[in-house]
Design a protein around this ligand. Structure first.
Ligand code: CTP
Ligand code: MG
Length: 229
């Protein structure tokens, strides 16, 4: 049995809207609903744990009946990592794999979910990634210091999928207050080997208001919708 933890308890400071970005509607549905639908439709996922801010729990409970895989809704923490930990505590002990996904990434495809879960089933840990297309520089003291080899770089997307015992061990005694921005970081510290799966640059995390323009364009693209329904 495999569970997805969808974290959607952030306040969206960079986005800067009155309601958190994951509750803004695109194409008639809140961003978080688009995200839930991807996991509802992914054959490898058996249940979903949704993590939202405490005051959003009642309105999310209202959609539980629509999404049969939506098993639990729990309150988030002060950081993303704390929210994932809260979700992990609510995962069924019998669960094999846990897929952690950002609620603000509604454009993940079912194919990306299936390939990442499939890889984690083989290896115990898999991260969806995207290629780096810009030339990346390191900087020091106000100057360009070095050029990194972009063929050796990937952007970490979500889902990131792990055997439940591996992820649980990674969160044990971890400091979740600081700059932990993904699960791989914690699993890397265990020195557990993590496979990667190539994903699409369309799987963006809605972060700034400009991202909504892209989101609306993609959701009005019929080819994309048909390919992902
Ligand atoms: N998240 C969460 N709990 C937090 C912080 C973030 O569940 N305490 C979730 C967000 O809701 C989002 C995902 O983690 O779906 C990725 O985080 P990010 O894009 O950084 O969202 P925010 O933290 O809400 O945005 P910002 O950093 O701009 O405030
Ligand atoms: Mg954040």
């Amino acid at each position: 049995m495999n569970t997805a933890i969808i974290v959607a308890a952030g306040s969206g400071e960079r986005f800067g809207s009155e309601i958190p970005k994951q509750f803004i509607e695109i194409n008639g549905k809140p961003v978080i609903v688009h995200t839930i639908e991807r996991f509802q439709d992914a054959p490898s996922i058996d249940s979903i744990v949704l993590v939202v801010a405490e005051n959003y729990i009642p309105q999310c409970e209202a959609v539980v009946a629509v999404y049969p895989k939506l098993a639990k809704i729990v309150a988030g923490g002060r950081t993303r990592a704390e929210s994932v930990r809260n979700g992990l505590r609510a995962v069924d002990p019998e669960c094999d794999l846990v897929a952690v996904h950002d609620g603000a990434r509604p454009f993940v495809t079912i194919d990306e979910i299936e390939r990442t879960v499939g890889k984690a089933k083989e290896t115990g840990a898999a991260c969806l990634v995207a290629a780096v297309t810009d030339t990346i520089k390191s900087v020091r003291g106000g100057e360009i210091a070095d050029t990194l080899d972009r063929d050796k770089l990937r952007r970490a997307l979500t889902p990131q999928v792990f055997r439940k015992d591996v992820l649980t061990r990674a969160f044990e005694n971890a400091d979740l207050t600081g700059t932990v921005t993904d699960e791989c970081y914690l699993v890397e510290k265990l020195r557990y080997s993590i496979s990667f799966v190539e994903g699409s640059s369309r799987n963006i995390k809605i972060t700034h208001p400009d991202d909504l323009t892209f989101a609306e364009a993609l959701l009005s693209n019929e080819d994309w919708l048909i390919a992902n329904s």
